[in-house]
Design a protein around this ligand. Structure first.
Ligand code: TYM
Length: 330
């Protein structure tokens, strides 16, 4: 039986968080043996907010280095930069014509982002999930490994694909979101009722993948908890400590019950240090490798050129089928 196909991506906005790592990249690494993996750097998506062009270029290459540093193996997985495969933007246009304004208006990320960037609610922000649908459908992906916050976009992708297939016959594989357990929604350390985010403006709320060990320790020590001082998972009543338990569990593989037992006689102070230490240990090899790769731009260039070539071949075959089906002379 042939391997199932995966596609996923991260926006090239810099400053990746522990949430991006536990919700996405760390799972991608594990999926490489079993699946045909396509991992892209979503640079086109980042244009929905204003960027400094030089920064965007750097962030894109940094993210590529980070994928490799985190264990995504270019021999096993197809790694590429979204904008280098023109079919993404081309299919997005077609799919825009099969997506309703009402559907896009219901996207929670659009609502959030248009509140945050009230001075720049551009139409790219509105049609952002259609570009994401094009990313996924071009590769005929079976599964889309993402964190909880992207589930709604994958569901919209399914609806668009089903609608298209109904009109033109089998064209797109219908993808499933693949949302992996404990790390799927890492919350902020200061506001554990909101997801940990790259763009959080609250100090010490997010752990960034390039944070130094002493910074990580400090942030965990300051994490908001409750006054009970008992390490027990209760997402409703104890969101702060529950988030720390989830992080510890996602990294060590220990279950929530095992963690509760292990720290039964310990207070929050000890537990916070233990969580910080496991995060520091987990990120250390990634940070070392990342620093090495950043000094090797030639290697990175070779990687993205090869990746784009491979991706173009797959994407072109789906796009050709779509163009022919809708009646374009191509
Ligand atoms: P982005 O760049 O916001 O996030 C990248 C991945 O990280 C996950 N994530 C989290 N997981 C757990 N806890 C958190 N606090 C947390 N924050 C972020 C996200 O769910 C995501 O998996 N539109 C996408 C990028 C994209 C894409 C695609 C993804 C573009 N095309 C095609 C999949 C398939 C985005 O903005 O993710």
């Amino acid at each position: 039986m042939s391997k199932k196909t995966i596609l996923s991506g991260i926006q090239a906005t810099g400053n990746l968080t522990l949430g991006n790592y536990l919700g996405a990249i760390n799972n991608w690494k594990k999926m490489q043996e079993e699946y045909e993996c396509n991992y892209m750097i979503a640079d086109l998506h980042t244009l929905t907010i204003r960027n400094d062009p030089e920064k965007l270029r750097n962030n894109t290459l940094d993210l590529l280095a980070l994928y490799i540093a985190a264990g995504i193996d270019p021999e096993k997985s197809n790694i590429f930069i979204q904008s280098q495969v023109a079919a993404h933007a081309e299919l997005a246009w077609i799919l825009n014509c099969y997506t309703y304004m009402g559907e896009l208006s219901r996207m929670t990320q659009f609502k959030d982002k248009s509140t945050k960037h009230a001075d720049n609610i551009n139409s790219g922000l509105f049609t952002y999930p259609v570009l994401m649908a094009a990313d996924i459908l071009l590769y005929q992906a079976d599964l889309v490994p993402v964190g909880e916050d992207q589930k709604q976009h994958v569901e919209l992708t399914r609806n668009i694909a089903e609608r298209f297939n109904k009109i033109y016959g089998d064209t797109f594989k219908i993808p499933e979101p693949y949302i992996h357990g404990v790390g799927a929604r890492v919350m902020g350390l200061q506001d554990p009722t909101s997801k940990m985010s790259k763009s959080s403006t609250i100090p010490n709320d997010s752990i960034f993948l390039n944070d130094e060990p002493d910074v990580i320790l400090k942030k965990f020590k300051k994490a908001v908890t409750d006054s009970e001082n008992i390490v027990r998972y209760d997402k409703e009543k104890k969101p702060g400590i529950s988030n720390l338990i989830s992080i510890y569990s996602a990294i060590t593989g220990e279950s929530k019950e095992e963690i509760e037992n292990k720290f039964e006689s310990k207070g929050y102070g000890d537990f916070k240090v233990a969580v910080a230490e496991c995060v520091i240990e987990e990120l250390k090899p990634l940070q070392n490798k990342y620093n090495e790769l950043k000094n090797n731009p030639d290697y990175l260039e070779k990687l993205y050129i090869n990746g784009a070539e491979r991706a173009k071949k797959i994407a072109k075959s789906t796009l050709k089928d779509v163009y022919e089906k809708v009646g374009l002379v191509w």
